[in-house]
Structure formats: C-alpha cells, structure tokens
Design a protein around this ligand. Structure first.
Ligand code: DQA
Length: 155
C-alpha cells in the first residue's frame, strides 16, 4: 500500500457478508458492499486509504490485524459474534498497538445478555453501537480524528 497520510484497516467479522439479507429488522437493509462504498467515499474526503477485509474465520481476522503493523495507523472493527467470545482477537488488537474503534450496527446493550459483554471494548479507544450503517461512518470519523491528533498524525 502506498504511503499517504492515513491508513486504516476496516475489519468485518463473521456473517457480515450477509448484510442486507440477514435479520434486516436488526441489521438494516444496506449490504456490506454499500457500507464499504460509503466508507471509501468518507475516507476519500479525508485523504485516507482503507483496506477492507471481511472474513468468517477468526484466524484470517487475526492475520489481517498482524499485517497492519507494517502499514496502518488505525483499525475500525466490527468483529460481529467474535466480539463476545474472542480473547485471541483482543490480544491481536493489543499486539497491533494501533488505535482501534469498535463498531456495531445494532445496540448490543439492548439485546440478549450474552451480547452485552464485549471482550474487545476494553482494548479499543471506544465503541459505537446501535446506529445501523451509520455506526461505521461515525467510527471512521472518530478514528481518523484520533489518528490525526497524534503527534505527526496529519500535519
Ligand atoms: C453485531 C452484533 C453482534 O452481537 C452480532 O453477533 C453480529 C453483528 C452488530 O453489528 O450489531 O453479528 O456486531
């Protein structure tokens, strides 16, 4: 990836490839492709470059996080079901050393009890949950602001 000022990995976890068809009453009717297009447009306005990965496999998500050590300054993640279970993803986020923002389409605190705990939230800068597809855009804006505020981030 060429060096521009801001580089962000956007990571989508399991089942998010089915957005638009999967429980639309909870997750909305936007497809992942549409969400990604919105993110890319927002990134262009900020001169940021995104790498977007969706995987249904925990190891692929972890490998993608490791690879960011070479090129990214931040991570936007919707780990989907792994949010509530994955110590390994949490450890990988810590290992990147990058500011990471956790997002969820649904409000995970208004749902089943098992969704109310995020193993990732304590190692992220913050979490945005419940705004549907807008959670991603809000998360990206917050992340780019945070990266830009870092010394040497966007001068
Ligand atoms: C989700 C919430 C998770 O609990 C769930 O497993 C998902 C999607 C969300 O974006 O609302 O797959 O991360």
């Amino acid at each position: 990836m060429t060096k521009s000022r801001l580089h962000v990995l956007v990571l989508h976890g399991p089942n998010l490839n089915l957005l638009g068809q999967r429980q639309p009453e909870i997750y909305g009717r936007m497809t992942l492709r549409e969400i990604n297009a919105g993110l890319r447009e927002a990134a262009r306005g900020r001169e940021a470059q995104l790498k977007i990965v969706q995987s249904n496999h925990e190891g692929v998500l972890i490998d993608s996080l490791h690879e960011t050590r070479d090129w990214a300054e931040g991570v936007l993640i919707n780990a989907a079901g792994y949010t509530h279970t994955s110590v390994a993803l949490r450890d990988a986020i810590i290992a990147t050393g990058h500011p990471t923002v956790e997002v969820h389409l649904s409000n995970i605190y208004a749902r089943e009890d098992f969704r109310k705990e995020s193993l990732l939230a304590p190692v992220c800068i913050g979490q945005i949950s419940g705004f549907g597809w807008r959670s991603y855009l809000l998360g990206l804006t917050a992340l780019l602001d945070i990266i830009s505020d870092q010394p040497g981030g966007d001068a």
